[in-house]
Write a protein that binds this ligand. Structure first.
Ligand SMILES: [Zn+2]
Ligand SMILES: [Zn+2]
Length: 382
């Protein structure tokens, strides 16, 4: 029934018999997330890009998008729930409509004589002149996260990699419907397709999800290949250039390589998170590197020139005389280069004592004890 026979209201874009919840295949009490997911799933299936030159698919896609625009907007969804399609017309005044509805039901029930229309209004007023078409709301695709493991040196220098990108595609077995081949969704008789049932009797009607169909309003035999989801997980590979200096947990954003957008929205991004394998000799903290450098007792005592590896190739450096184990020397700007910044390389000395017995050496070192300036553990206490 339509009680808005008023002047000049907009012709609905969808037949009034089309239930927006049914278009998306969700229950009337579906959460925002369920609505979003249902839309994404169906939109992927009916998107004109996937169904070129298919007018039916295109029409279907338009309906999906229109239904989603209403049900994803809390205010519009509320109006739709209460008034159906009419509630969505431009300039619709819910207060007047409620008043009119209650007046007309009292009148039909044979209300008291003299019952008045609560406000003075013309039915056409329910739709003001304020109607403005809503811009269609394209939605951006989701980002996809891919993790790659990098060799320590590749992370320093940058590397080109084939990255496995997770995604999903319509299930090839059921064609994306999620139904077992040869089956179709059947009307749920328990809830008459509404997905809702009264759970508490009495003057207050409390509705809950139908337990026969789980709130879907339909009974389905799920496709065994995709467990009824309608899509399967896929993996594609894409070539990515990791710039020099990537660290453990760095994120690289490749624009437009994520999930496709909906309704003309932009595609999401591909986020590549790097995990860097540890190196046996080098440690990294931000852009600084630390290398543990083994030296002999003699080198520590007398000083030496030694070659050390750095990201720029090996360089010669001086170990000063009287160096101690654990002492740190700095090679400026020999750390990690990233963009136009450069860290330092710290050389941490580690004095190695021979592991073989040698009487002469033992004697020579015995003499060394006399050379310390005093007791070396003096003052050592808790
Ligand atoms: Zn399937
Ligand atoms: Zn049901």
């Amino acid at each position: 029934m339509s009680y808005f026979a008023g002047r000049g209201h907009r012709i609905p874009t969808m037949p009034e018999t089309t239930d927006l919840y049914q278009v998306l295949g969700v229950a009337r009490d579906a959460t925002d997330k369920q609505i979003r997911e249902a839309y994404r799933k169906l939109a992927r299936k009916w998107h004109p890009d996937v169904n070129p030159n298919n007018a039916e698919a295109e029409e279907h896609f338009k309906q999906l998008t229109a239904a989603f625009e209403v049900l994803s907007d809390a205010d519009r969804r509320k109006l739709y729930d209460e008034f159906g399609h009419e509630g969505l017309q431009g300039g619709f005044d819910p207060d007047k409509a409620r008043a009119y509805r209650s007046w007309s039901s009292r009148r039909n029930a044979g209300g008291a004589p003299g019952d008045q229309v609560p406000f003075e209004f013309d039915l056409g007023d329910l739709f003001g002149e304020a109607f403005q078409p809503r811009p269609s709301a394209p939605r951006g695709g989701a980002d996809i996260l891919a993790e790659v493991e990098l060799d320590f040196v590749d992370a320093l220098r940058g590397v080109e990699l084939q990255v496995a990108v997770p995604g999903h595609a319509a299930c090839p077995t059921c064609g994306g419907s999620g139904d077992q081949i040869g089956t179709r969704p059947r009307h749920c008789a328990a809830c008459d397709g509404t997905g809702r049932r009264q759970v508490v009797e009495g003057p207050m009607r409390i509705m809950g999800a139908c337990d026969t169909c789980g709130g879907a309003g339909q009974r389905r035999t799920p496709c065994s290949a995709c467990r009824g989801e309608g899509f399967v997980r896929t993996q594609t590979t894409t070539k990515v250039r990791i710039p020099p200096g990537a660290d453990d947990g760095s994120e690289l954003r490749v624009r437009g390589q994520g999930e496709p957008g909906l309704g003309g929205g932009p595609a999401g991004d591909l986020l590549i998170r790097t995990k860097v394998r540890p190196h046996p000799h080098f440690r990294r903290a931000g852009l600084d590197l630390t290398l543990t450098l083994p030296i002999t007792i003699s080198e520590a005592y007398s000083g030496a020139r030694v070659r050390v590896p750095t990201p720029d190739g090996s360089v010669e450096m001086t170990v000063p005389p009287h160096s101690q184990s654990g002492q740190r020397l700095r090679l400026k700007s020999k750390g990690v280069a990233r963009a136009n910044r450069r860290g330092d390389l710290y050389i941490e000395l580690s004095v190695r004592v021979p592991e073989r017995d040698d009487a002469d050496l033992a004697q020579a070192l015995e003499k060394a004890s006399a050379v310390y300036g005093g007791p070396i553990r003096e003052g050592l206490r808790l």
